[in-house]
Write a protein that binds this ligand. Structure first.
Ligand code: PLP
Length: 313
């Protein structure tokens, strides 16, 4: 059905399509579906949580007209918050880094936010990068009239992602046997898992992290190149009761999968999505035919065209 016209651009968030992968899943595996969150207005599922962070704070009266929203972000959450703040008339101050895609930094500016960068000496995401960005954001937010979005501690994030879970329940009424997703702040997997496990208690939920930064699986931080995940500490929103297993996945395999998804499935996505699909196929192999596995296209590959994702090995 064609969606009806809307008068608020925020209502274009969500209701994304769900696609069954056709070519990258080997025979004898479960069906693998991917929820195309890359179709959201800023090209990532973060639009859902940016809206819930802002609107829940407004509802409580913590965020009022004339205030400035502040956040430390690699740029996906930042792009989404910049979009929501532009529409709602809040100033937005972002602390980010040159370790993240230039496309994201430019997107935040395009929506009118003020972007401050913490330099990464290697251009990589080191374990102390996000903590130092957060420290600077806290410093800015201590000024009067500021509201710190604090995505890694903010329960309002989960409200936004529950809608993603509810859409999956509607789109796949026959049931979902397994769900996997890479975690940064862990909001997406926690929000979706809450809905899936309350609908199908046997649904197996797997959280994923980069193999080179296995803080959840091995307690060891590390340097990696997968934007949005592997934040250098165990995310406070991660609740052990909401997932069954944690896997560390090779980021080299994830990048190879991104190229295959583009060429073989016509799906243009970033590295965290490549990681999601590598794991979804492994889970589909374990569960076997007649089962259904779901994962998520976190964001669009258009955000990574200037980096080496689609051009180097
Ligand atoms: C591209 C990308 N993938 C995955 C994630 C992880 O999502 P979450 O923070 O909900 O765990 C993020 C979060 O910033 C992201 O930007």
């Amino acid at each position: 059905m064609v969606p009806s016209p809307v008068d608020n651009v925020l209502d274009t968030i969500g209701n994304t399509q769900c696609l069954q992968l056709q070519r990258v899943v080997p025979d004898g595996h479960a069906r693998v579906f991917i929820k195309l969150e890359s179709l959201n207005p800023t090209g990532s599922y973060k639009d859902r949580m940016a809206r819930s962070i802002i609107e829940e704070a407004e509802r409580r009266g913590d965020l009022r007209p004339g205030m400035t929203v502040v956040e430390a972000t690699g740029g996906s959450t930042g792009s989404s918050l910049a979009f929501v703040c532009a529409i709602k008339g809040y100033a937005f101050r972002v602390v980010s880094s040159d370790a993240f895609a230039q496309e994201k930094l430019l997107t935040m500016s395009a929506f009118g936010s003020t972007v401050e960068l913490i330099k990464s000496p290697t251009g990589k995401i080191t374990s102390d990068l996000i903590p130092s960005m957060r420290e600077r954001a806290r410093e800015i937010a201590s000024q009067d009239g500021c509201y710190l979005a604090d995505q890694f501690n903010n329960q309002d994030v989960l409200v936004g992602y529950e809608s993603l879970g509810r859409e999956l329940v509607e789109q796949l009424p026959g049931g979902i046997d397994g769900f996997c997703g890479a975690v940064g702040g862990a909001g997406m997997v926690m929000g979706v898992s809450k809905v899936l496990k309350s609908t199908w208690p046997e649904c197996r939920v797997i959280i994923l992290e980069p193999g080179s930064a296995p803080i959840i699986t091995e307690g060891r931080a590390g340097t990696h190149g997968v934007e949005g995940i592997g934040i250098g500490f165990v995310p406070p929103l991660l609740d052990k009761k909401s997932y069954d297993e944690a896997w560390a996945v090779s980021e080299v395999e994830a990048r190879i999968m991104c190229r295959r998804l583009a060429k073989e499935e016509g799906i243009l996505v970033g590295t965290s999505t490549g990681l999601n699909v590598v794991a979804a196929i492994a889970l589909a192999g374990r569960l076997g035919p007649e089962k259904t596995v779901v994962t998520v296209a976190c964001d669009t590959g258009l955000k990574y065209m200037r980096g080496g994702l689609f051009t180097s090995e």
